[in-house]
Ligand binder design. Sequence first.
Ligand SMILES: *Cc1c(COP(=O)(O)O)cnc(C)c1O
Length: 220
Amino acid sequence: MSDITMNVRELLSILPDGAELVVAAKGRTLPEVKETINAGVRIIGENYVQESLEMIKALGEDSKIVKWHFIGHLQKNKVKRVVSTHDMIETLDSLKLAEKIDRQCRLENRIMSVLIEVNSAEESQKQGVMPCDVLPLAKEVSKLAYVRLEGLMTMGPINQDPTPYFMKTRTVFKELQGLGLPNTKIMYLSMGMSDSYEKALNEGANLIRVGSKIFGLRHN
Ligand SMILES: *Cc1c(COP(=O)(O)O)cnc(C)c1O
């Protein structure tokens, strides 16, 4: 059995009930991604629109076995291509972006699942919404008919223990659930990567996004 298959099986085996693995596939080859699917992965996360479209196309029928989550920063001019190919956008960070997604989904007569990306450590250079701005944004997003808010995502800081920031995000997640907003289904808390997924699971994450722990270091 190859390393990729072993790593995926190990991760799947430690996931608590209700938690799911998102494979962070940026910079990986078709055979590598295919192997994760064969090993049982059901969600692929992509950061770059072009790379994602190429991967989906190259996988052909196999691409339909999995859900496609967009986990990179989404520019407004790429919304159309992401909406037509992805099942969830984990990186919603503004009302303007939500409105753009809503308009495109209206045209395609489909509903897009989204998570709000939280800048949980309030880092100035980081993408995402400040924790205090999450609930106000969620209220506005809940008014959009073709966008369905399903939870929160956070990256956490790289050079510190992310645990306090995972806790913070979970607190906001609970508050968001408590609002009971119409047209939402607040159920996903996407936190944790290769070096932090165990901590994230301890803090209630039910989507973990893992790349290098599965594939090894990136080629590019
Ligand atoms: C790359 C990436 C990951 C996975 O990172 P690893 O450290 O390789 O596991 C998770 N989330 C996002 C948004 C990423 O860009």
